[in-house]
Ligand binder design. Structure first.
Ligand SMILES: Nc1ncnc2c1ncn2[C@@H]1O[C@H](COP(=O)(O)OP(=O)(O)OP(=O)(O)O)[C@@H](O)[C@H]1O
Length: 516
């Protein structure tokens, strides 16, 4: 089917490193990894497991695959979709870690000498506490204790792993890849694919990727659809330096005297209420220090800070309701409280320059973690639909879906078929928040999603759901995934143009202004 053809030509997969030489950056980490593997060749090392940790798309999984290939080891992978309950881990990893391979000490087809080792790879090892992984952490620790085979764990967040597992493992950190190292990779791909790209265009994609090579390659592929040449103007910058504008807005939030001024400043930001509350939360104690009469900081808590947090906690309640009930109109209450809260509780004036801080690491981690969990939920839905592994769904199908969903018709069809909720749609449509466009796709997709639920037709049929379900099956007959993929090939060039216009149009909807 055409969907398969497109998946196979996913550039991030096509250009996955095959040898250590192909791996960009992280030389020290790779060196440590090889030393650990060599220890395994000599016997059972003290640390039987290794944890490769760091941001997404920087070569952790590729390093694992290259390691196995170069050592002539068998590669046994368990990923998040394999329902990593204690039982399953024990069955798959446990069994694999005790037995040796069939072809021990022989030479494989590639001429590599096999020592009969089997590299047991567990991706997303920092994500073992969720619904899918009950008891998983303990099972992994047990497998590490008993293993006679090397175990490699992959994680984004080392702090998301239990102390027990960490203590039993060698930890190797992978760093983000520097922009200047991304540029040659992208340039080479352009050459191989017959794309003429200006230096600035490539540089802009590289800068925008924030050290994530997979994203950089995905962005390059998306921007070159239907083109043989790209220039700087073709690249829509998704990230932007928000610091300057947020700092100015924070001055009005903390030190201003007019609510309307603070509200206006916040409206111009490209931040969701979830982001805004983190900024205010982070800077509240910095802005309202506890000083004595002479201006000396005397420590302890200034009542202004305590009162400020009381207001923020109310705002947070609204945000929680938004998350649970998907009722985005409550965002406006959260934004309002966050914006005017500090000035309303302030008992005195605070003068002098304050260097505001970005939300601290653990808060960001929490946030990226929830994005990761959401991405996993999406992958679960997609893998169930297409019977693909979680890895394929997460790394290949999700980017593919996201590209297709740039077209609104496909977005509605795929969202309905996969039953994406509002948060998932925000992610899939690459929006920063539930913009009007996202809400409209969500509403329309419900017709298709409802029709797919068998329980409703049997027991809970209502005239309304029946009407929607008839409409949806009519729609379904017109749009299957195969049709969509086929049409998308034809329409890609056209879509890139449409996408640009749509981006322009939706740009203005991405700010908080929409929610006041
Ligand atoms: N260091 C690298 N050298 C060469 N290619 C890379 C590197 N890092 C990432 N890539 C490219 O990005 C793709 C994804 O990389 P990989 O799966 O190794 O990332 P990862 O760090 O394991 O990310 P995740 O945590 O999301 O699984 C690869 O197929 C390859 O095309």
């Amino acid at each position: 089917m055409s969907a398969e053809i497109s998946i196979q030509t996913d550039w991030a997969e096509k250009y996955r490193p095959k040898t250590f030489k192909d791996l960009i950056g992280n030389k020290k980490a790779i060196h440590e990894l090889r030393l650990w593997a060599e220890e395994w060749e000599r016997g059972v090392p003290e640390k039987k497991a290794v944890i490769l940790y760091g941001a997404a798309g920087i070569g952790k999984t590729s390093s694992a695959a290259v390691l196995a290939a170069e050592m002539g080891w068998e590669y046994v992978e368990m990923n998040a979709g394999d329902q990593r309950t204690a039982d399953v881990i024990e069955r798959i990893a446990g069994a694999a870690s005790k037995t040796t391979t069939l072809f021990s000490h022989e030479t494989d087809a590639g001429g590599n000498k096999s020592s009969g080792k089997r590299l047991i790879v567990l991706d997303e090892a920092d994500n073992l506490h969720g619904t899918y992984d009950k008891g998983g952490s303990k099972a992994i620790a047990d497998v590490i204790d008993k293993t006679t085979q090397p175990i490699l764990l992959i994680a984004n967040d080392i702090y998301g792993m239990t102390q027990t597992i960490r203590a039993k493992s060698l930890e190797i950190e992978y760093s983000k890849i520097q922009t200047r190292s991304l540029v040659p990779v992208l340039t080479k791909i352009c050459q191989t694919e017959g794309i003429t790209a200006t230096e600035n265009a490539v540089l802009k994609i590289a800068e925008n990727a924030g050290g994530d090579l997979r994203s950089a390659i995905n962005d390059l592929q998306a921007v070159t659809v239907g083109k043989t040449e790209i220039a700087e103007d073709d690249i829509v910058v998704s990230g932007r330096d928000v610091k300057e504008t947020i700092f100015k807005a924070l001055v009005k939030v903390f030190k201003g005297h007019h609510r309307s001024e603070a509200l206006d400043a916040v409206k111009t930001l490209d931040e969701t209420p979830d982001d805004l509350i983190m900024w205010v939360d982070e800077n509240l104690p910095i802005q309202f220090p506890n000083r004595d009469g002479s201006g000396k900081d005397i420590g302890g808590t200034n009542p202004d800070v305590a009162n400020g947090y009381k207001v923020l906690s109310k705002a947070d309640l609204y945000l929680g309701r938004v998350r649970r009930r998907q009722t985005y109109r409550m965002w406006r209450y959260a934004s309002f409280l966050t914006t005017i809260g500090p000035m309303s509780v302030r008992s005195k004036e605070y003068s002098g320059f304050i260097k505001y801080s970005s939300p601290t690491r653990w808060k960001r981690l929490g946030q990226s973690r929830s994005v990761r969990n959401m991405r996993d939920n999406i992958a679960v839905k997609i893998s169930a639909r297409h019977r693909k592994s979680m890895r394929v769904s997460r790394n290949e199908m999700i980017p593919y879906y996201r590209r297709l969903m740039e077209n609104e018709d496909y977005a509605v069809a795929l969202a309905g078929e996969s039953d994406f909720d509002m948060d998932e749609l925000v992610y899939m449509l690459k929006a920063k928040s539930a913009t009007k466009k996202v809400q409209s796709v969500y509403e329309k997709s419900r017709f298709i999603a409802d029709a797919k639920r068998p329980a409703e037709t049997e027991f809970f049929k209502t005239p309304e759901s029946e009407k929607r379900s008839t409409a949806a099956s009519a729609d379904k007959n017109q749009l299957t995934l195969e049709d969509i993929a086929k049409k998308s090939e034809e329409k890609k060039a056209e879509e890139v143009k449409d996408e640009k216009a749509a981006e322009e149009k939706t740009k203005n909807q991405k700010s908080l202004a929409d929610f006041f």
